[in-house]
Design a protein around this ligand. Structure first.
Ligand code: SF4
Ligand code: SF4
Length: 252
């Protein structure tokens, strides 16, 4: 079955594909964000990634509209691909549960109307409002941690998944299934985050100092507040993307 999945993924324009065993992943993941929290009979998760375009990233921050259009186009394609892959599994008698990309997944803002967003914009980093949104700003199941578990890359100081040859220039999504697929985890350290070489380029690039130099500690609420300052998500919102664009890990 894996050969068919790989061929299908290639036809869909997917650049990265990895498999994770549900049992292994769930043993490490926090409650509420485990694979079997979303599909109790799941045996595997397939992580898929599509690479962003270098020429568009190089135009940041001047051409944020183009970057935002690219960002959403890739996400739509990922979601569409998840549906196609889910149908592939269903046609073979398996259950499949796509973890679709959602613009404000984990922010709990999708249940708010645009008036709420307008009112929230100046205050989203305040403690009172952080209680309204998910304080951890986590999605259902972490694409990034699934990709790490699948051996597709490592987390960088910018808290993004760095993939060999692509760095953080990849958008990710995942599909959960009760099909048993062959998983291959990380085999060796990839050493993709090299602050000694880039002098913490992502930290220096962030316009709101949301990225500290220690791994795993980005200020998501600060990043979210900046995002809301750039527009209303789903209406005229623009993506920042500087921590993606300035990270040189795609070169190695
Ligand atoms: S997206 Fe922009 S604001 Fe958010 S962490 Fe990255 S550089 Fe900072
Ligand atoms: S910019 Fe440098 S420090 Fe930041 S994630 Fe990329 S390689 Fe690591």
């Amino acid at each position: 079955m894996m050969d068919q999945i790989r061929a299908l993924a290639q036809n869909l324009g997917i650049d990265h594909l990895g498999i994770v065993r549900a049992e292994d992943y769930d043993a490490q993941a926090p409650a509420g964000h485990r694979i079997r929290d979303w599909l109790p009979s799941a045996q595997s998760a397939a992580v898929i990634g599509i690479r962003l375009l270098d020429a568009v990233l190089q135009k940041l921050p001047e051409q944020r509209k183009e970057y935002t259009a690219l960002f959403h186009t890739v996400n739509y394609r990922l979601n569409d691909s998840l549906l196609t892959l889910a149908k592939f599994f269903e046609a073979r008698g398996h259950k499949a549960f796509p973890i679709f990309y959602k613009e404000v997944s984990g922010w709990n803002l999708e249940r708010r109307n645009s008036l709420f967003l307008k009112l929230a914009k100046p205050f989203v980093a305040l403690p009172a409002l952080k209680r309204v949104v998910d304080p951890q700003l986590w999605g259902e199941v972490s694409y990034k941690h699934l990709a790490v578990a699948a051996g597709l890359g490592e987390l960088g100081v910018n808290d993004l998944l760095l993939a060999p040859g692509a760095g953080p220039r990849v958008r990710w999504a995942a599909l959960l299934t009760d099909a048993e697929l062959p998983a291959a985890g990380p085999t060796r350290p990839l050493n993709l985050c090299r602050p000694e070489e880039c002098a913490f380029a992502c930290v220096r690039a962030c316009p709101v100092s949301a990225i500290p130099e220690q791994k795993g500690g980005i200020h998501k609420a600060r990043c979210l507040q900046y995002y809301l300052e750039l527009g209303i998500p789903g209406v005229d919102g623009l993506r920042c993307g500087l921590c993606v664009a300035r990270c040189p890990a795609w070169k190695w």
